[in-house]
Design a protein around this ligand. Structure first.
Ligand code: OOG
Ligand code: NI
Length: 464
């Protein structure tokens, strides 16, 4: 008899819940941030009943303060290949390639995430996953030393590997296996305060780049942050200090707008935590900063034309105003950003008219009635104009390389913005992963195209 399998969405929902509990216990300040986010979200809903209604219609109220994403940093191609298989058990696919070397950070990344509308609605949890690029470490001896240390660790439990193999062989896990899988998988993301190296080795690696030490010197790729969704990122950013939380200097992404686009993010700075180095005569006390908390607010996914405009306006601002290591210049940066983004249309109709954002179309009840009378127009603009089709922006479900770099940087102990020359290496990343990453723009374009086709079919001359 064919066993009954748990859905990957269900396993992912359990996993994100378990991660949230583990991280709150490990990093109490993250719990404080969650409380602040819940408070601001509640106030925002009370002040904007129309927003509360639209979230309720979309079925999003219940999951409002669930985490949207987390992040890890891996050390070897084999680790990336296996994590891809682990995330596949939970319905998470690699989407997008992010080159962080543009900001002087020696990693490249993808986001493992659910891709279908239903899967995203069921549980949106995704993991921004970076792979260390030892090829960007200049010192050859150090590079070899790091590779040797990494080759000795095993970041997955035997139980997790066994369940991944079972999933692959049978095409699913039972509910009981899914529960076991979640607790085995969780071990990979747990914090270990004992470094696998001595102080001198840690310091040599940290001198090459703080991130190299963070990836190489521990037993596993500890989850370094989780990120809930906020309805008012400005308010959370403002209120963090009163809760004893130290926010990064600027909110990454576009400025505040009436019609939100892409992704706005901010984080609290990574905490300094006690660790133990290996010593000749026993453990030696040390300190390490890696783990932080972040919040995000998402808006419309942009077409290539919209994204080009976004990139140009952002790069103009960053060319004009540099934020310094301690956050100096943050206010002028925010002002300059807001001024420049006046060139980016700020209402949904204009975003659609000018082809800057992706939309999802659907027939309205009036449209369906008109179609039955044979009174609908044959093109989408006219259908929308007549109220026969509705259109809502597609939510951006991915990440932004410049923003990600800013989040990395502020958690490596500096708010200094950096704009280096790029040299991505997507081919090597995909070879390590064992498969290509999906193209996020193609996913949005396809979702829009499908909604247009379905809507036209429902409202077209042959509909009834
Ligand atoms: C990842 C930083 C990037 C985001 O939301 O853009 C990120 C990391 O620090 O490992 O999480
Ligand atoms: Ni993040």
């Amino acid at each position: 008899m064919q066993p009954v399998f748990a859905s990957p969405d269900e396993i992912r929902a359990r996993f994100s819940q378990a991660m949230s509990e583990m991280y709150r216990a490990e990093v109490p300040q993250y719990g404080t941030l969650m409380e602040l986010v819940a408070e601001v979200n509640a106030e925002t809903l009370e002040a904007h009943p129309e927003l509360a209604e639209s979230l309720a219609r979309a079925g999003e109220i219940e999951r409002l303060s669930d985490e949207r994403h987390g992040a890890i940093r891996l050390g070897t191609p084999e680790e990336l290949a296996t994590i891809g298989r682990l995330f596949a058990v939970m319905g998470m696919e690699p989407v997008g390639y992010y080159d962080l070397s543009v900001a002087g950070i020696p990693v490249h990344s993808t986001a493992f995430r659910p891709v279908g509308d239903e899967a995203l609605a069921r549980n949106p949890f995704r993991v921004f996953t970076s792979l260390l690029r030892l090829d960007l470490v200049a010192d050859e001896a150090l590079r070899a030393e790091a590779a040797a240390i990494l080759s000795r660790r095993r970041i997955f439990t035997p139980g997790a590997i066994e369940l991944i193999e079972r999933y692959e062989a049978r095409g699913g896990l039972t509910r009981e296996e899914g529960e076991r899988f979640v607790s085995e998988a969780l071990e990979t993301f747990r914090w270990h305060s004992e470094a696998t190296v001595d102080r001198a080795t840690y310091e040599r690696l940290a001198k090459a780049h703080r991130l190299v030490a963070d990836v190489v010197c521990f037993r596993g790729p500890h989850i370094n942050h989780l990120t809930p969704r906020t309805l008012d990122i400005e308010a959370v950013q403002r209120r963090m200090p009163a809760r004893g939380i130290d926010p990064k200097a600027v909110i990454e992404g576009p400025p505040e707008r009436r019609a939100p686009i892409l992704l706005r993010q901010t984080s609290f700075k990574a905490l300094e935590e006690p660790i133990l180095f290996r010593g000749e005569t026993g453990a030696e006390a040390g300190r390490h900063t890696a783990r932080f908390g972040e919040i995000e607010q998402r808006g419309a996914a942009l077409t290539p034309k919209g994204r080009a405009l976004y990139d140009a306006l952002l790069s103009d601002t960053r060319g004009e105003v540099q934020v310094g290591a301690g956050g100096a210049g943050a206010a002028s940066y925010a002002d300059d950003l807001a001024t420049r983004f006046r060139a980016f249309p700020d209402d949904l109709a204009a975003l659609r008219r000018e082809g800057l954002a992706f939309f999802r179309y659907a027939p309205t009840p009036q449209g369906l009635a008109a179609a039955r009378r044979g009174e609908t127009a044959g093109d989408m603009d006219a259908l929308v104009e007549a109220g026969h089709a509705s259109c809502d922006p597609l939510v951006y479900e991915d990440f932004l390389p410049v923003s990600a770099a800013g989040i990395f940087q502020s958690n490596l102990g500096t708010d200094r913005q950096s704009n280096d020359a790029s040299s991505g290496d997507r081919e090597t990343f995909e070879a390590a992963l064992g498969r290509p990453v999906a193209d996020e723009t193609a996913l949005y374009a396809e979702a829009e195209r499908r909604s247009v086709a379905d809507t036209m079919a429902a409202l077209g001359p042959h509909a009834a």
